[in-house]
Structure formats: structure tokens, C-alpha cells
Design a protein around this ligand. Structure first.
Ligand SMILES: C[S@@+](CC[C@H](N)C(=O)[O-])C[C@H]1O[C@@H](n2cnc3c(N)ncnc32)[C@H](O)[C@@H]1O
Length: 272
């Protein structure tokens, strides 16, 4: 990752502030900054042989025009409202998160699950989100820092919750290999399904950019080594992985298509 070339520009009406921010973003990801100069996005892309361009507009929204992508909290808001109303959230049940815990979300995407996890671990806890696709990492990091105020409310204090999340543009297995044993309470995976899920338009927009690395024995072994309590995998309920990799148990809703496989650290001899 990535298998694409990308850069950063601004919208035609952006001022110096946006140019500085776009330059900083390009520098952080070591990709070209393309001065806009009233040129079309396709012209700029062709000029540097780029596949994708991120645009920062004059209101400091970061987005991609083609394919369309911007950060939004998607299901995090309704889920946080449900949780506030005392309803269970199956991801939280599976992860068993409590205040003060540290969570490694190995497949951050747009961070809906990370936001729910960050709510659960509270001010004393922390969440690190890994995202192998740098454009997705950049958009999500930007969104968590700068786009959350527009979604913030008393019931869903997204700004404060998002502050507990750090974003790292890294591939999960690479990162896990460099971590010490027992560094994170829970290590979580929500890999891409190979087939499009037509009910999940948010994820479908990520598809051309996303990482499709498999969740396999090697990844599980590393994740268990690095976890203190458990590894959790979100997959379709009929996935053969749960049986093949000997999940300790499954959590699933009655009607939903997904299930959460749980590998309890204490129950697993991960050096087999
Ligand atoms: C299904 S989405 C995750 C959605 C996320 N749980 C949420 O709530 O928004 C999977 C994301 O994980 C990323 N990803 C997949 N495999 C990865 C890996 N091995 N390392 C890092 N990121 C990965 C993909 O690029 C994609 O953005």
C-alpha cells in the first residue's frame, strides 16, 4: 500500500490559510502539493501522473471529487445515541470495553467503530487507528480533528470523543510486528469484504482506495501477542475464518449479516 499516486490541492477560491494547510498535509504524507491556479483537477492530475487528488476548500473541508469521498461520522452518531439511551451495541459487547482501556483499531476506515470505542474507554482511555490507505488515513484524521464540530451535540460530544483517537497511516501486520507483547487491551479488525455491501454506501466509496489484506493466522498470532485481553474480528456470520482460526466465541445479532469473532488471550496458545 498504496498502489496509487496522489497529491493535495486547494479549491480555486481558497486563500493563503488553505494553501498553507494543504502544503502541510502534503508534507506530512510526502506527496506533491499542486498549486491550483484555476486549473481543472483532471489537468493537475494528468500533469503529475496522479491517480487521486485531495482538495481543501475555502471552508477547510477536505474531500476527493473523483471518486467522491469526504469524512463523515456515518453510523457513529445513531449508535452513540442508542448507547446513550441504554441500548446495547454489539461491537462494544464483543470488545468488552471499559473505561481507561487502550484499543488498537487495525482497520480504521472512516472511524465509526473507533468513535464508539473512544466513547467506551472514556477520557482515561485511548484508541489508535491504523489505516493502510494514506488517502483514507488523511481524510479520517482531518475529519476527526476538524469536521467533528459540525456533528457535536450534548448527546454525542464528538469533538471530545474524537480527541481520544490517534490516526496512523500504517498496514496492520507491519505495525503489529513492531509492537511489544501485551501493549493494547483490545486489538480490533474490520477488514474489507471482497464483495460490495450495497447497504453500506459509506464503505462502498472507500472500495477503490482501500486495503484488502487478509486476516489470517499470522495476523491473528501477532494481534494476540500484542493484546492484553482479546482480539476481535468483524466478519460475515458465515465466514469460515471463525472456525478455521478457532475463535473463542462469537457475538451476533439475530438478524444482521455480521458477527464478531472473539479470541480471548488467556484461552489461546498463540505460539502454536
Ligand atoms: C471495512 S473498513 C473499516 C470501517 C471502520 N471499522 C469504520 O467503522 O469506519 C476497512 C478499512 O480498513 C482498512 N484496512 C484493511 N486492511 C487493513 C490492514 N491490514 N491494515 C490497515 N488498514 C487496513 C481499509 O483500507 C479500510 O479503510
Amino acid at each position: 500500500m498504496p498502489g496509487y499516486r496522489w497529491g493535495v490541492t486547494t479549491s480555486t477560491k481558497s486563500g493563503r490559510d488553505q494553501v498553507e494547510k494543504a502544503l502541510e498535509l502534503a508534507g506530512r504524507y510526502n506527496v506533491p502539493y499542486m498549486p491550483r491556479e484555476r486549473l481543472s483537477l483532471s489537468h493537475l492530475k494528468a500533469d503529475r501522473g496522479l491517480d487521486y487528488l485531495l482538495t481543501l476548500d475555502r471552508d477547510c473541508h477536505l474531500f476527493m471529487e473523483e471518486p467522491p469521498l469526504h469524512w463523515h461520522p456515518s453510523m457513529a452518531i445513531p449508535r452513540l445515541r442508542q448507547i446513550a439511551a441504554g441500548k446495547p451495541d454489539i461491537f462494544l459487547t464483543a470488545a468488552g470495553l471499559t473505561s481507561g482501556q487502550q484499543v488498537l483499531d487495525c482497520t480504521l476506515g472512516l472511524a465509526a467503530d473507533a468513535l464508539v470505542a473512544a466513547w467506551a474507554v472514556g477520557e482515561e482511555g485511548k484508541v489508535l487507528g491504523l489505516e493502510a490507505s494514506p488517502i483514507i488515513a488523511a481524510i479520517t484524521d482531518w475529519g476527526l480533528r476538524r469536521e467533528t464540530p459540525q456533528f457535536d451535540s450534548k448527546k454525542t460530544p464528538l469533538v471530545a470523543i474524537a480527541r481520544r483517537i490517534s490516526v496512523l497511516s500504517a498496514e496492520a501486520l507491519d505495525y503489529l510486528r513492531g509492537q511489544e507483547a501485551d501493549s493494547w487491551d483490545v486489538v480490533y479488525f474490520d477488514p474489507m469484504f471482497r464483495a460490495a455491501n450495497h447497504q453500506s454506501s459509506g464503505i462502498n466509496n472507500l472500495r477503490p482506495l482501500a486495503c484488502y489484506a487478509p486476516f489470517d493466522q499470522e495476523v491473528l498470532t501477532e494481534a494476540l501477542r500484542v493484546s492484553r485481553r482479546r482480539v476481535v474480528l468483524k466478519e460475515r456470520w458465515f465466514s469460515p475464518l471463525f472456525k478455521k482460526l478457532e475463535a473463542t466465541r462469537l457475538e451476533k445479532t439475530k438478524y444482521g449479516p455480521v458477527a464478531y469473532g472473539i479470541w480471548e488471550k488467556e484461552r489461546y496458545t498463540y505460539d502454536k
